[in-house]
Each structure stands twice: as C-alpha cells, then as structure tokens.
Design a protein around this ligand. Structure first.
Ligand SMILES: [Zn+2]
Length: 52
C-alpha cells in the first residue's frame, strides 16, 4: 500500500485512509500528506469552477 500523495510505502496498521464521497479511497502515511492532498484537490476544483 502506498501513500496517495508522496508515493511512500505505508506500513500496515499505520497511516490514514480517506474515502471520497464518490467511493474513491486514498491512503496517506502522514497527516501532512493528507492535508496537502486535500488542499490540492480543493484548489483544482476552484480552478475548474472558474473556467466554467
Ligand atoms: Zn505521504
């Protein structure tokens, strides 16, 4: 299992799992990775919204 943000291997029993509302599952080794990943997602969404 690898971190969805930095690609590092996650030791089983550690890290965090995040499930999006559409059912997509992401894994993170550190809460920092989760934070930056979610921040990136939100800024992307804002850009798309502006283009439309
Ligand atoms: Zn990571």
């Amino acid at each position: 299992m690898k971190c969805s943000f930095c690609g590092e291997n996650i030791v089983p029993g550690t890290g965090k799992m995040f499930v999006k509302t559409d059912g997509t599952i992401f894994y993170f080794d550190k809460s920092k990775c989760e934070k930056y990943f979610l921040m990136g997602k939100e800024s992307k969404k804002l850009k798309w919204a502006r283009k439309k």
